[in-house]
Design a protein around this ligand. Structure first.
Ligand SMILES: O=C(O)C1=C[C@@H](OP(=O)(O)O)[C@@H](O)[C@H](O)C1
Ligand SMILES: C=C(OP(=O)(O)O)C(=O)O
Length: 413
């Protein structure tokens, strides 16, 4: 697909998908509560898939979580405690994404789960749950430095364990705002959860059927921030459906993009993004993505394109997402004269040497965020995006929204 910008400032209103993170938690919680209405579910493939698999589970002995991390991890816990029996699998890439920490914790809680292929990785054979007769909470110690999705998965089934759950997190905990999102949504559904430093306690008890309206997706909003940052002077975009009080840690994009000349104004139903003149930068800025790993690609690309060197830290989890995002970024940025240089000790510098956009072809590695993070470069010159349909994971309407705002899109390969 070829993408180009006819010139002039970027202006208008863009529509965002609803958050797949919120939606996929709310769908699990609704299933455990046995009722409630989740409104504003998006057409994101990960959300549709979760909805479909939850509905299909009672009559199925094989479920495919495809490439959706939340679906794979949340369903593993859900299916285990609801006494489901069968195989839970995923794409070839999902079979390379570790799940051992979650499986080990669930086994300790009474789940019978075994690996059908490689130890520690999907596909899984799930064969019921032998809950302890405990009146005491199930005590589990879980590493927090691989994926927070294991922790969210365990927390959500915590009220279903006879004595509840006490989780102790170890290691350098990543993606922590996603854990807080889980707790916040569980509380809305009536659960009693407490957070005390690295110890999370969930009381046993039934969830309450609850109605919830899913907020728009701040991770998706990050691409519009990048677009405003790279667009001609005078650009401004309104994004609908974002809340100032958000459960999503990726709201951090508002603060991060202030460094790249994007001003955020909260409106009653969204935000307005306005491009501001960039202040001169002395030294490389350091930005930590431990809490918001999904923003790293967006920021690395913007920093290189604006020639504003940035040191990115907290990228440890990027190598086990939809693709190895570090290698993918390094390979694709190099096509433009940009780089993501490994400085050691978990620090990567995004910088450029004569960054230019002129008909390069961006490979997307089955990763929606590679496609959407590089797309804003089309404001600087014509660009080709390979396998553009990858965006369907979280933002199926992304290209339609770009066309609507004035980008010229030629679907022909
Ligand atoms: O819980 C969630 O909804 C998510 C948690 C994060 O994953 P990790 O916890 O594996 O970093 C994030 O990258 C992913 O897109 C969604
Ligand atoms: C990492 C992501 O998703 P998941 O882990 O749920 O597949 C993502 O959407 O960037």
């Amino acid at each position: 697909m070829h993408l180009s910008w006819p010139g002039g400032p970027l202006r208008g209103t863009a529509h965002l998908p609803a958050s797949k993170s919120e939606a996929n938690r709310a769908l699990i919680l609704r299933a455990l509560a046995g009722g409630g209405t989740i409104s504003n579910l998006s057409d994101a493939h990960d959300t549709q898939l979760m909805n479909r698999l939850l509905a299909a589970a009672p009559g199925a002995d094989m479920l495919d979580a495809e490439d959706a991390g939340t679906v794979m991890r949340f369903l593993t816990a859900y299916l285990a405690v609801t006494n489901w029996r069968g195989t839970l699998t995923g794409t070839a890439r999902m079979q390379e994404r570790p799940i051992g920490v979650l499986v080990e914790a669930l086994r300790q809680a009474g789940a019978r789960i075994s690996y059908l292929n490689q130890e520690g990785y999907p596909p899984l054979d799930i064969s019921g749950f032998a809950a302890a007769e405990a009146t005491q909470p199930t005590e589990l110690t879980v590493r927090g430095d691989i994926s927070s999705q294991y922790i969210s998965a365990l927390l959500m089934v915590g009220p279903c364990l006879p004595g509840g759950l006490r989780l102790r997190l170890t290691g350098h905990v990543g993606s922590r705002p996603y854990i807080h999102m889980t707790v916040a949504l569980m509380r809305l559904f009536g659960a009693d959860c407490a957070i005390d430093g690295e110890v999370l306690t969930v009381q046993p008890g039934a969830y309450r059927p609850t109605d919830y309206v899913v907020e728009a997706d701040w991770s998706a909003a990050s691409y519009w921030y990048a677009l405003v940052a790279l667009a001609p002077a005078g650009s401004e975009i309104t994004l609908l459906g974002l809340r100032q009080q958000s459960f999503q840690g990726d709201q951090a994009i508002a603060g991060i993009m202030a460094h790249f000349g994007v001003k955020t104004t909260f409106l009653s139903d969204g935000v307005q993004l306005q491009q501001q003149p960039l202040a001169p930068q002395q030294d490389a800025l350091t930005l930590d993505f431990t809490d918001c790993p999904d923003l790293a690609q967006t920021v690395a690309v913007v920093a290189a394109a604006l020639n504003r060197p940035v040191d990115l830290t907290g990228l440890e989890s990027l190598r086990i997402k939809e693709t190895d995002r570090i290698t993918a970024l390094q390979t694709e940025l190099a096509k433009f004269g940009g780089s993501l240089r490994d400085l050691g000790a978990g620090r990567f510098r995004s910088e450029s040497n004569g960054f230019s956009v002129a008909h390069q072809s961006v490979a997307t590695y089955h990763d929606h965020r590679m496609a959407m993070a590089f797309a804003p470069l089309a404001l600087r010159g014509p660009l080709r995006i390979e396998s553009p349909a990858v965006v369907k994971k979280s933002y199926p309407q992304f290209w339609k929204e770009l066309a609507q705002i004035g980008f010229v899109i030629n679907e022909a390969d």
